[in-house]
Each structure stands twice: as C-alpha cells, then as structure tokens.
Design a protein around this ligand. Structure first.
Ligand code: ZN
Ligand code: ZN
Length: 141
C-alpha cells in the first residue's frame, strides 16, 4: 500500500512509511547536519544553543529534538543546562535522569505485574467456580 504524503520539511511528495513525515532526501540532509552539529559541539564545548544554531545553520527546535532523542550529549563544561523533567537534576541529555528513568521503568513494570496478578486471580476464581466438586457437596445433601 502506498501512502503519499508531503514532506514536512521541503514539501515534496514522497512515499511515507513510518516515523516523522520527512522525505528520504531531507532525512539524509538532517543526518548530515546532525554529524556537523555533533562535531561542532565536540570542538566547541562551551557554546550555547543559540550559537550552535547560528554556526551550524540549524533550528533550535531541531537541536532540542536531538537532545530529547538523547543524540546530543553535553559535558559539564557546556552552558547548555538540561534538567531532569521529574526532579530537576542536571543531566547530559534526554528528559530524565538515570534515577528517575529507573523509577519510571519500575512503575511501568509494576503496573504490568499488577495487571497480570489481577488477571491470574480472576482466572483462578473462575476455575474454582467451575470445579465440579465444588457444587457436588451441596447436591448430595
Ligand atoms: Zn523533504
Ligand atoms: Zn530525575
């Protein structure tokens, strides 16, 4: 099945498959830009978001997207302060610090576990109700 969409970056029509609505050509250009930005940050660890955006000719929106995707990592020397969305600790990249990430993962796991336990209890109850012996005693009397 073909799914023709307009590229959100250049407007060109292309065969959309999955992920961002961006054509292959733009994807390649963005990837090249990313490598350029990465190199620039390595060489200029003291530069801020605005400076990087200007020097590499990339939007701050794109830079922030790469940070959220954990692709751009900033050292402690960087003026770019990324903080954990949950506890505010300074982090190198992404949205959450390692500690909060672990908590979130645990919470998710617990929810799954609780659901499985609830389901298992439900099934056990049904099986108990269906046991032929359970009702027999009453019938005998
Ligand atoms: Zn495009
Ligand atoms: Zn945190």
């Amino acid at each position: 099945m073909s799914n023709i969409r307009n590229c959100s970056r250049c407007g060109k029509m292309f065969n959309y498959v999955v992920g961002d609505v961006i054509c292959d050509n733009c994807k390649k250009e963005i990837e090249e830009k990313f490598q350029q930005v990465k190199k620039y940050i390595e060489e200029n660890p003291g530069s801020g978001i605005k400076q990087i955006a200007e020097q590499c000719e990339v939007s701050t929106k794109q830079l922030k997207k790469w940070i959220l995707e954990e692709r751009l990592v900033f050292s402690e020397a960087s003026p770019i302060q990324i903080t954990c969305e949950n506890c505010g600790t300074r982090i190198a990249t992404g949205r959450l610090c390692a500690k909060c990430k672990a908590t979130v993962t645990n919470a998710l796991n617990n929810t799954v576990k609780e659901r499985q336990q609830a389901l298992a209890a439900e099934i056990a109850k049904k099986q108990a109700a269906q046991k032929p012996n359970a009702g027999m005693k009453f019938l005998k009397t």
